[in-house]
Design a protein around this ligand. Structure first.
Ligand code: AHM
Ligand code: MG
Length: 332
């Protein structure tokens, strides 16, 4: 039997970034390098995620490792890895992370970029072998290069993003990103250790049949949200909720759908964080032809005033988000 060897040759992420850098004037070499740094850190996090189950088996019985250090949770490991990689890279002057109460000064006063990130999103899925992700936003600093980082560098609206993306650690590992010229997805070819272009110029269907919301919290929803959920059911939409924002968003991006994390009685601003969860995905959604809002206002135009600010999120297929908004704006 003669079976040809199939060589997984395609456009690598590095090559794609390099070619895009030549194609668009937006990209200084630093932004391209920054994207490459992120992709390398993502590969390392991917390795840790893949052997997460083994780490426990290989570790000691208690919560300490052989050096007597606390065994770190995967989200802390991912945070440390990204911070180290971005600090070493030199392009970033400050990092906002879900894992850190305050801004991390990378000690690169000449870095032109600020990163906001959730190093490992979907915490409740980490220990149960269900898809999780990394989310990142890239901003250009506003203050002069070389000066200390200012508030104006940190509290920028989502419209100011120069890049955003996510890594999905799922049945395969993907990196999806935009620099404002469409959305492209890359799948990690594990034997080569390379991200290869697998989903060029991604577009979200304008309407879909999937709604993703945690209905377990329904008792806490306002009437407008309850009405919208009933509307989805009347339309016989499929309910799909992984509980990992990146994974739920990614599925809806490919198939068409809406993800909702609404305001609730106990959490009037919802749960998700504007700076390092919502804005990145909103940028991607819009670049793919979709939409994102807090129910009444475009996500990317929300004014950030706090590092860990929360906001309700309605994101996905344009027509579905618009329909959800019509319920929220009608109120109750
Ligand atoms: P995390 O950043 O602590 O992981 O929380 C964010 C996650 C999202 O990935 C997910 O969509 C949501 O929280 C699930 O929350 P809930 O369990 O309330 O439905
Ligand atoms: Mg998170």
């Amino acid at each position: 039997m003669s079976e040809k060897l199939s060589l997984p040759i395609g456009t690598t992420l590095s090559r794609f970034i390099r070619e895009r850098q030549e194609q668009f004037t937006y990209a200084s070499g630093e932004l391209s390098q920054l994207l490459r740094d992120i992709s390398v850190a993502a590969k390392v996090v991917n390795r840790e995620v893949n052997r997460a189950g083994l780490t426990n088996i290989l570790g000691k019985h208690g919560a300490q490792n052989v050096q007597g250090e606390e065994q770190q949770k995967l989200d802390v490991i991912a945070n440390n890895l990204f911070i180290k990689s971005l600090s070493n890279g030199g392009e970033v002057c400050a990092i906002i992370s879900e894992e850190d109460e305050n801004i991390t000064d990378t000690q690169n006063p000449h870095g032109k970029y600020v990163i906001a990130m959730d190093p490992l999103d979907g915490s409740s899925n980490i220990d149960v072998n269900v898809s999780i992700g990394t989310i990142f936003s890239i901003y250009r600093r506003q203050s002069p290069v070389g000066s200390p980082v200012q508030e104006s560098d940190i509290f920028q609206k989502g419209t100011e993003q120069v890049g955003a993306g996510y890594t999905l650690y799922g049945s395969s590992t993907m990196l999806v990103y935009t620099t404002g010229h469409g959305v492209n997805g890359f799948t990690l070819e594990p034997s080569l250790g390379e991200f290869l272009l697998s989903h060029p110029d991604m577009k979200i269907p304008t309407k879909g049949k999937i709604f993703s919301i945690n209905e377990g919290s329904a008792v806490d929803f306002g009437q407008a949200v309850k009405n919208y959920v009933s509307d989805c059911k009347k339309n016989k939409f499929k309910g799909r909720y992984i509980g990992s924002l990146v994974a739920d968003f990614h599925r809806n991006l490919l198939k068409g759908g809406i993800y909702v994390y609404p305001s609730t009685k106990s959490a009037p601003n919802g749960k998700l964080r504007l700076l390092y969860e919502c804005n990145a995905l909103a940028f991607i959604a819009e670049q793919a032809g979709g939409k994102s809002s807090n129910g009444i206002q475009r996500t990317l135009e929300i004014e950030p005033t706090e590092l860990h600010q929360r906001c309700p999120l309605y994101i996905g297929s344009k027509e579905m988000v618009e329909r959800a908004e019509s319920f929220i704006m009608a109120g109750e």
